[in-house]
Ligand binder design. Sequence first.
Ligand code: ZN
Length: 236
Amino acid sequence: MVDADRTGNEGAEDPAQIKYILITHPGPDHLGGAKYFQEAYGTQIVMTASNWDSVLNAPADSWINSHLPGGESYKFWVGPPARSLTAQDGQTLTLGSTTVTMVETPRVPGSGALSYILPVTDHGQPHMWATYGATGAPPTLEGKKLYQQSVKHLFTYMEALKVDSMISNHPFVDGSVDRMKDLASRKQGEANPFVIGTDGARRYVQILGNCAEVWVARNAAGLDDLGQPLQQKTTP
Ligand SMILES: [Zn+2]
């Protein structure tokens, strides 16, 4: 089990001990170091089949910096890993006594993102933790509708596994960066800020679904995700 206290988890400091890297979706902020880990430590990389296809079929120059703002060159972005493990919706991966459940939650049609659910402990107390693998508004109406379905799909798994702790794959969108700081300075007896209870986890995912519903409704009304009139592109 993964323990937030890190007690007995010293192996986590040694990158050679990392056997698998589970990718939510193949943006540079998620996949950027995968090739390095694969080559340096033999780490297995897990993605959906459609993500592997998109990664391996992408033009070589898209592996330098094309996803990143500002056009700067990021040295960690060294190219795609070689095809490794493919995950399917609902599949599990067991590591010692920890079983990770992988749930396909795409937000772009034809490109499956993965959400993960796994048991963790906090001061020895068991919890069930989930990360939503594709937070962020999809660009197309089709994607926004797909997002609604993905959220519902994850919800079904979360209910079955009694998830009570959440983190976004983009930790800056759900306060997780601050929660990490709070966790690091937590005093004895204080609650773990990531443990929000099963009701809290339900509300978390329902809010994601509500956001998608609003995006779809706004889009149908000729508005963008923030409710502003859609800009018609004019060509000079
Ligand atoms: Zn990202």
